[in-house]
Design a protein. Sequence first.
Lengths: 228, 286
Amino acid sequence: MSKHLQRGLDALRQSLVEQFGRVEQMIQLAVRSLVERRTDLADRVIASDEGIDQAEIQIEEECLKLLALYQPVASDLRRVITVIKVNSDLERMADLACNIAERARALDLHPLFRAPEELIEMVTVANDMVRNALDSFVEDDPAKAVEVIRTDAMVDALNKIIIDQLHEMMTSNSEMIEPAVHCFSASRHIERIADLAESISEDVIYLVEGEIIRHKHGVFFETHEGSQ
Amino acid sequence: MTRMLSPNTESIGLMNEVSEAKPKAESPQTNPSGPLETAIHTENLCAWYGDFQALHSISIDIPKNHVTAFIGPSGCGKSTLLRWFNRMNDTVISAKATGTVRLNDLDLLSKDTDTVDLRRRVGIVFQKANPFPKSIYDNVAFGPRLHMKLRRSELDDLVEWSLRKAAVWDEVKDRLNGSALGLSGGQQQRLCIARAIAVGPEVLLMDEPCSALDPASTLAIENLIFELRKQYTIIIVTHNMQQASRSSDKTAFFFDGRLIEFEDTERVFTMPKNKQTEDYVRGKFG
């Protein structure tokens, strides 16, 4: 392999890991702003989005450069394709973190509103998924990626419980409708972040195993059960 | 003779086909219908140059009407294998081989095989274009004159059909009696392909056919390979990974005289099974 390509791939990996770190921090701040009712944290999240957007474009340009100049194949090709996809998912995660921060700001106007307790648990699980997705990418670890994919069902279940509780709250107390809608949206955004962590994990499995498992988790898990 | 004349009777339709590139999706490779028909069956082929064993138990079935690329570092045996497919190795005194190589029912390794007829059925195009020092017309007509008895008008039709099939007709039609040596490298190579297909081969062997050509001529040859696959079985030896990935349906990777991996080209360049194949296509060695 050309040393230029190897250097480019190394730099690309480093850039993406850094972007991952920034997005992970944004998500953590966003959910803290929501749970702890801290608008200062929400402001920090929203302010940092521009940097994420710029980094996303730089990483994408670097991927296109490597494709155009070196026409990578096999695992090198899979790595560039994975970076392109993960890069896009990270940018969307950052946007969702901003949306959560905006909901946190809106909830600041409703001091009497109490979010369902399951929200904290959901936030914890979603954060773990994002961190594990990053680890699976950094370590080229498909087993960890599988763990993330399996965990997504838990977030979906918690989201449903939260939505049911918010629905009940809105039905019983009309004054809580507005904050409950904000909380409802925030919960959906967290659930979407978990979905994107799952999507990144699918890409890590493609990177390492060369297999596209999107839409067919069951088949993949069945055939790889022995390795889990 | 009947078989040879058939291209002429269809020539108008075929002429129109030649220059129209078809999308890759139409490649026979993407046809999921069962196992592929075999053009050349090779089993446990071992080959030597004197005491040096160049090929070790090669077993490979070359699919009919597909393009198969042979890749591997220099000295890995890919050209040796190619040259056993039409017995070009007969010209090397120390060359010998054991095992089985069959073109349909014809035993290619048998001493009784008529090598002149074999080379009509299995044509070869070399790295460096090697037109005869004759006119363009005579280059293409050389084989048919040797193998067939055609009337002048039939020969004219066959020469035109072959040159059109090789996508060089438009460039040479006004100077068919001019020397073939006056053509550019890319034109000479396409002329050699026209010369090979004029005798109605079943298989076309190409030993690094573009290595001495500029990008435009290379593209013309690759487009030609794409078109010719509909009627011929093509085997191309290449050191150019991009060419192998662009032009072929199947790819065979050789190393140290052994067949390491033989798979769909798409698979070889995205997810090769073998670590050595992976390292080679990534350019880590060779």
